[in-house]
Design a protein around this ligand. Structure first.
Ligand code: NGS
Length: 286
């Protein structure tokens, strides 16, 4: 008789990042904006990672598998800073997580939401993830109580951002970082694919949650859901989408655009130490 590894795992306690209200300053994270090479970041935070930027806590058993999806094009300096800060953050929270970077090739306008759908579809082919966090590469969480888990309602994570003086710009904002249980993603047919360029796709997601899923979004308290936005190294914002308000207000059927209409050419998937890179070309803007 031999004890299988599954039995050993089951005997571990459930992972729990405990929070006490006594001294909240211990949860504050100092964002490190030093630009390290991938080698140094691997040395600092990669020693316990499985290929593709996958971490599993050793000392406890996790209840959720998290896929953290980054939409990406040509922002390597931001990506390095993101990785150097997010890995220690998620490891301290004792999460089973994988970092996916979905990279849009070609010269079409950026399509943030379609890249998130690609991330969802490709991640699910690799592992049965329970929880998806869709993340801009330039946002870094500043408080460890901002737990990267998914609950019964979709969560808006990036509530208070430093460049907006840690105030929420408008009450229904759903941009930056969002967390969805995988069943809720299917329930809203994922992200829209029809927003090319900057703006509107996150408001569309808000409407999908409220109108299609018939749930409300939740947020952690403003003193916890704090982020620093990296705005250095000559970042050029995506061009504004002139059609964003027209699409948003058109009351189109969400069943007709989303996960089920996400077409893309998959070039390759590379399992780096610090992240899984998914290289795609999206069909041309129509
Ligand atoms: C709204 C945009 C959102 C955007 C939000 C915050 O106006 O996509 O501003 O932008 N909606 C439309 O354009 C329809 S921010 O202040 O972060 O630059 O996320």
């Amino acid at each position: 008789f031999t004890t299988s590894s599954l039995d050993i795992n089951n005997s571990l306690p459930i992972c729990n990042f405990s929070i006490s209200n006594n001294n909240t300053s211990i949860y504050q994270v100092t964002i490190n904006q030093t630009l390290y090479s991938y080698d140094i970041i691997e040395e600092n935070h990669g020693k316990d990672l499985y290929p593709g930027g996958h971490y599993i806590p050793k000392e406890c058993r996790t209840e959720q598998r998290l896929a953290l999806i980054i939409c990406y094009r040509n922002r390597e300096q931001h990506l390095k800073m993101f990785l150097n800060n997010i890995h220690p953050f998620l490891q301290k929270q004792k999460l089973d997580y994988t970092i996916f970077v979905v990279n849009q090739h070609g010269n079409d306008p950026f399509n943030r939401a379609a890249l998130f759908n690609v991330g969802y579809l490709e991640a699910m082919k690799l592992y049965q993830y329970d929880c998806f966090i869709f993340h801009d590469v330039d946002l870094l969480p500043e408080d460890l109580r901002n737990i990267y888990k998914c609950g019964d309602q979709p969560r808006h994570m990036s509530v208070a951002i430093d460049i907006f003086k840690y105030a929420i710009p408008y009450s229904d904002i759903f941009g930056g970082v969002t967390a969805f249980h995988s069943s809720d993603i299917l329930g809203i047919n994922g992200h829209p694919t029809v927003y090319w360029g900057w703006g509107g796709e996150d408001d569309d997601m808000y409407f999908r949650v409220v109108k299609k899923l018939k749930k409300s979004i939740i947020r952690y308290p403003i003193e916890i859901a704090r982020y620093k936005m990296i705005r250095t190294h000559g970042h050029i914002a995506a061009e504004l989408n002139p059609h964003r308000f027209t699409i948003l207000n058109s009351k189109y059927d969400y069943n007709l655009d989303g996960i089920n209409t996400t077409y893309y050419t998959l070039h390759n998937i590379v399992f780096y130490k610090l992240f899984t890179l998914i290289n795609v070309t999206l069909p041309e803007e129509s």
